[in-house]
Design a binder for this molecule. Structure first.
Ligand code: THU
Length: 135
């Protein structure tokens, strides 16, 4: 693992501890690196009105945008699960908004398992700006 990958993993692990997940009990951490090298992190934040909860990936993306970042080069997602947890469908679309197809998505468990995929493999046929041309 490169130093950059280890940095993302540690950022995702650390932010996961701060997740607000009293309803599911399932804490998730996400950390991303922008094309310019900045790292942003987010955790899931649940709400007693369940649909209002937000995923860790959404939190990391919001932090990136608030911090002036514009493009995801790599994102790392970690949870205490038997298998690496893939981003939900909505988060795949959110990631695709800010990431080139070849951006690396690493899914991980707290026990150390990792699975690496590209954004284009996680969301093939993604809806994009081009589909609205001529509207
Ligand atoms: N969750 C995430 O934060 N990211 C994922 O990739 C999968 C699911 C959160 C949402 C909810 O707070 C909890 O995990 C259970 O679904």
């Amino acid at each position: 693992m490169t130093g950059e990958a280890a940095e993302l993993r540690e950022a995702a692990r650390a932010v996961r501890e701060r997740a607000h997940a009293p309803y599911s009990g399932f804490k998730v951490g996400a950390a991303l690196r922008t094309g310019s090298g900045a790292v942003f992190a987010g955790c899931n934040v649940e709400n007693v009105a369940y649909p209002e909860g937000t995923c860790a990936e959404a939190g990391a993306i919001a932090a990136m945008v608030a911090g002036g970042g514009t493009e995801i080069a790599a994102i790392y997602v970690i949870a205490d699960a038997p298998e690496p947890v893939p981003p939900c469908g909505g988060c795949r679309q959110k990631i695709a908004e800010f990431a080139p197809g070849d951006a690396v998505v690493t899914m991980a468990t707290t026990a150390g398992a990792e699975r690496v995929m590209r954004v284009s493999d996680l969301l093939p046929g993604a809806f994009g700006r081009g589909h609205m041309e001529g509207a």
